[in-house]
Write a protein that binds this ligand. Structure first.
Ligand code: PEP
Length: 250
């Protein structure tokens, strides 16, 4: 039985004051969240503050990225051990904004995935196609290529230590959501591909949907057979909206 998961990616938003308020709001509504594992991913500088606020609750904390190296001369990077030290259980790797704006290759994303695993952090591997790729009919190939980079480096069983987030790039921050059927088709493809390599890993792997998920569309998306929750951007910045999505998972 796969536990539903709802993760909020706060991206580069917030201030000391606003993250405190957001955590107060989320914590206040958690008693109505019955089934979902809830994760928040603040900007790195606010992780210690958010971990402190999450203490004593079931809310888990994740990073938005993780260095592929463990320590040393990597200016500006943050290692897995450091993230663990400040209370992270999860780290997003390969978000489309990292891939598109900062040139992260499939191979670098795979190395970040590996770094998370060796530091006891669960990677949330983001994959997904551009609008051009969807219109050219290569959605499945793109997703397969992005997953294969991780399998090539770490082996298929490594996927059992993480989560995949299917995020069609054309749906991120655009208000255009994939229809439940469109999303389910890709999720089923992803699960089928992994199941063909390892039935247990495929059956147990959580595959989240991300891309303009909101309180009105969450229940139908999460209700699909192969959709095990959501990675939420914009709607995770408002406690009420985020909680409504978490409750949709009930
Ligand atoms: C995201 O950036 O991972 C995301 C899903 O964003 P949004 O919900 O705003 O589309």
């Amino acid at each position: 039985m796969r536990q539903v998961m709802v993760a909020g990616n706060w991206k580069m938003n917030g201030s000391s004051e606003s993250v405190k308020d957001l955590m107060v709001g989320i914590k206040a509504g958690m008693s109505a969240v019955l089934n979902a594992e809830v994760v928040v991913c603040p900007p790195a500088v606010y992780i210690p503050r958010v971990s402190g606020a999450a203490d004593g609750s079931v809310i888990k904390v994740g990073a938005q990225n993780i260095c592929d190296q463990d320590n040393g001369a990597f200016t500006g990077e943050i290692s897995g051990a450091m993230l663990k030290d400040v209370g992270c259980d999860y780290a997003i790797v390969g978000h489309s904004e990292r891939r598109a704006l900062y040139g992260e290759s499939d191979e670098l994303v795979a190395r970040r995935f590996a770094a998370a695993r060796r530091n006891g952090i669960k990677p949330i591997l983001c994959i997904g196609e551009t609008l051009d790729e969807r219109e050219s009919g290569v959605t499945n190939q793109v997703c397969a290529r992005q997953i294969d980079a991780v399998i090539a480096l770490e082996g298929v069983t490594a996927l059992a230590d993480g989560v995949i987030a299917y995020e069609p790039i054309w749906a991120i921050g655009t208000g255009k959501t994939a229809s439940p059927e469109q999303a389910q088709q890709v999720h089923a493809f992803i699960r089928g591909k992994i199941t063909a390599l390892d039935a247990d890993v495929g059956a147990g792997l959580r595959i989240l949907y991300g891309g303009s998920m909101n309180p009105s569309n969450a229940a139908e998306l999460i209700g699909q057979t192969d959709i095990d929750g959501g990675l939420i951007g914009g709607a995770s910045l408002k406690a009420d909206d985020f909680l409504a999505i978490c409750q949709a998972a009930n």
